[in-house]
Design a protein around this ligand. Structure first.
Ligand SMILES: [Zn+2]
Length: 345
């Protein structure tokens, strides 16, 4: 009896040949309509994005200093191209901190970002570390400004021209009326060397490990057509001061020692800078201390980087009290020691 009932139910949903053909044709028509709707919607989005000047060079933003930024709510004159009037985000917009700060942005705002958003000003925060020594932070990458009796030395020109212009302005504010004579480049990775060209245009000599010199000479001699920067506009020749193992900058009572970090697994041409009087060690990418509320940008680094840095400190007999890292915050040397002994950094 039970078997018979189930059998009836099965027969009820059986279709004859004509019905099957009709269903097949109906499904085909519906699919074609959905496909055509999709094509139309897709075209609409492209038309909205396009228009004259949509392929304007990306260099617009790179040349914009914080002071020159248009106001956020500036209306676009009719007929003009909104993408040209509102520069695309600079490299610094994509920095660790800016992205964190923008993480609460509602999705609706993000959809129209291309039309309404402007690049936020590049943040620069200086911290005095000694006589004529400043740690310049405020973004994902740090620099240092060092005052000598007749000139300024900047350590690290990271990211790109926007960041460099902001750090140069800060250096000139901290130390008025002195030229930036040297830029010390810790290593050639793009995020640590992207802003070095601006210092060449500024007239600074680039201090870098000797293996980097041919690379920079070749890279900077290439035509720069997409995003012209100060160097490509000024066509200045770069001056280098190549460091083999050690170089000392000294004038009056300011002295800094620049060392090649031998055996670095992060970059073969890595430089570290030691301030003998203040016992400060500047380093990049070997040790990145966590910020109190945030983990270090780029996450945990292989312990071998820290181990090699510790080995160098011992070999060179550096008496370090404070670490000035090119990512993260200034910390006592004991933090690096702790991190190195636990293998977490
Ligand atoms: Zn690196």
């Amino acid at each position: 009896m039970a078997t018979h009932t189930r059998d009836d139910g099965f027969h009820e949903i059986q279709l004859n040949g004509k019905q099957l053909v009709f269903l097949f044709m109906a499904a085909t028509v519906v699919s074609v309509v959905i496909f055509l709707c999709g094509v139309l919607v897709g075209r609409g989005v492209r038309a909205e994005r396009g228009g004259p000047g949509a392929d304007a060079p990306l260099g617009v933003a790179a040349e914009t200093t914080p002071q020159q930024l248009p106001p956020a709510a500036a209306p676009t004159p009719p007929g003009s191209d909104p993408t040209a009037a509102q520069p695309p985000p600079t490299v610094d917009d994509l920095s660790y901190f800016n992205r964190l700060q923008q993480s609460n942005q509602p999705a609706e705002q993000l959809k129209t970002a291309g039309k309404t958003a402007t690049a936020p000003p590049i943040k620069v925060q200086s911290q005095k570390m000694g006589d004529g020594i400043w740690f310049v932070a405020g973004g994902s990458h740090n620099s240092m400004v060092v005052e000598f009796p007749t000139y300024i030395t900047v350590i690290e020109g990271p990211l790109g021209e926007g960041r460099s212009l902001a750090v140069i302005a800060e250096a000139k504010r901290l130390v008025p009326n002195k030229p930036i004579k040297y830029l010390i480049n810790t290593h050639s990775h793009f995020d640590h060397s992207g802003g070095v060209r601006t210092y060449v245009a500024e007239g600074a000599t680039i201090i870098t490990q000797e293996i980097n010199v041919p690379f920079y000479q070749k890279a900077w001699a290439a035509p720069r057509t997409l995003a012209p920067d100060n160097l490509s506009k000024g066509a200045k020749e770069a001056n280098f001061l190549p460091v083999k193992e050690k170089y000392v900058l000294s004038e009056g009572n300011q002295t800094i020692e620049i060392f090649h970090e031998n055996g670095s697994m992060h970059n073969a041409g890595m430089l570290i800078v030691y301030f003998p009087k203040e016992k400060i060690l500047e380093e990049a990418d070997d040790y990145t201390p966590d910020l109190p509320e945030l983990a270090a940008p780029g996450g945990i680094r292989p312990p071998v980087f820290m181990a090699n840095l510790m080995k160098q400190i011992q070999t060179l007999k550096l008496d370090v009290a404070t670490v000035a890292p090119m990512h993260g915050i200034v910390v006592p040397f004991s933090d690096l020691q702790k991190a190195a002994s636990s293998g977490k950094g």
